[in-house]
Design a protein around this ligand. Structure first.
Ligand code: PMP
Length: 406
């Protein structure tokens, strides 16, 4: 008797015009392709629905303002924020972290410490270094486990009374490991520190609930979540946001202005100076609607299955070294003995397989792994088992071209 089990794999390639054609796109950790629903929402926004927000007294602008604020509510629901007012629209995760460093960071003084991990993206390293240069803070770096996850025991042991902030990636953009945010939040809070989470790679793959995670700041980028570029989210607990000074001045972030004195709007408006990225916000809400229609848990299961198949196939090629934990979320990195990752990427491209080769904006991690670069395959909800097969066939071609025994 044959027992049929439902395949966890999704079949949604057809929703994505960018996936059409003869190629396997395996660079979703860099940026995701967009479903037609998002492209349509942006086209409508720029077409028959277009007007500014927050200022217009005419109906079109009032309608657009409603949609803009509905999008904020959509984001809040998606990430489990307590209220939409906890959602600040920014350009992306990079801007979100810089906002925290430059606004909240103003309360830090010489000798205060910020604790990050060894696998952070440059965007969660450099803003703290800039603050170090301005304010004299000290940056501590927690080590990794042998399989490339944040060593949470070591990280927790490194939280000191002077640690004001722990700032870590929820999912590593290089190794795909998932941090136990709730555990780290409890440990940080027990020592009087706050926790900021870089959720760039988690938001497209994991169900998010800010209350359950227990963190204080969370950032994400729309373009990795099947939405537009140039839009992202900074979430912070309401009382923290309210206590933070503005970081950019201009229109829309004020209450009253005279030449002598200006008073500021409450958050989130206080942090959204200038005309916002209207179509970005509308497009992001459309992306979230799309993701929710597929189901984030199904997306997670789909990518986990593709990663499992890829790891199993690559483990059979002797010249390949795989990095990161077995159960990595949608992302895996590898090197091949005797072949530079850029050459792997170029040969795979000839075979219609698009991967990323390089340092992935994580140069300190590359140093730790003792490699100049890695090849990275990363999956999205639109990838198929066929994409995995193409990657594996392409890598076999790399070994043939370089005369390596597979
Ligand atoms: N953090 C992580 C973990 C990322 O993967 C990225 C994008 N590669 C960023 C931060 C920066 O995101 P963005 O460039 O969209 O601001």
């Amino acid at each position: 008797m044959t027992i049929l089990t439902a395949s966890p794999l999704l079949d949604r390639k057809g929703d994505f015009p960018g996936m059409a054609g003869d190629w396997a796109y395996l660079d979703t950790a860099a940026t995701s392709q967009k479903p037609q629903a998002v492209i349509d929402a942006i086209a409508r926004c720029y077409g028959p629905e277009y007007a500014t927000v927050h200022r217009g007294v005419y109906e079109r602008s009032a309608t657009m303002t409603l949609r803009y604020e509905e999008a904020r509510a959509t984001v809040a629901r998606f990430i489990g924020a307590a209220t939409p007012d906890e959602v600040v629209f920014v350009r992306g995760a990079t801007e979100g972290i810089n906002l925290v460093a430059q606004s909240w960071g103003q309360r830090l003084q010489a000798g205060d410490r910020v604790l990050i991990s060894a696998l952070e993206h440059h965007s969660n390293i450099v803003p703290w270094q800039m603050l170090r240069d301005r304010a004299g803070i000290i940056i501590d770096v927690a080590p990794l486990t042998d399989d490339g996850r944040i060593d949470e025991d070591a990280l927790i042991a490194m939280i000191r009374p002077e640690t004001r902030l722990v700032a870590i990636a929820h999912v590593s953009n290089v190794l795909g490991g998932v941090a136990d945010v709730a555990r780290i939040a409890d440990a940080a809070h027990a020592m009087g520190a706050l926790l900021m989470v870089d959720g760039c790679q988690a938001a497209p793959r994991l169900a998010l609930d800010m209350a359950a995670l227990g963190c204080d700041f969370y950032v994400l980028s729309g373009h990795k979540l099947y939405g537009p570029t140039g839009i992202g989210v900074l979430w912070a607990r309401a009382e923290i946001l309210e206590s933070m000074p503005p970081w950019q001045g201009g229109g829309a972030m004020i209450d009253t202005v005279t030449f002598e004195h200006t008073s500021y709007a409450p958050s989130p408006a206080r942090f959204e100076a200038g005309t916002p990225h209207i179509e970005g916000v509308i497009g992001l809400a459309a992306a979230i609607d799309y993701v929710e229609s597929v189901g984030i848990d199904r997306i997670h299961a789909h990518e986990a299955e593709l990663v499992r198949r890829t790891r199993a196939a690559l483990a059979g090629i002797n010249s390949i070294t795989l990095y990161g934990p077995q159960a990595s979320a949608g992302i895996l990195s590898f090197t091949m003995a005797g072949v530079h990752p850029h050459d792997i990427g170029t040969i795979l491209d000839e075979a219609g397989v698009a991967i990323r080769a390089g340092h992935h904006c994580a140069q300190p991690l590359m140093k730790l792994l003792n490699v100049p670069a890695t090849a990275r395959a990363s999956f999205g909800l639109y990838n198929s088992a066929d994409d995995v097969d193409r990657l594996v066939a392409g890598l076999a071609r790399v070994t043939r071209i370089f005369g390596i025994k597979p």
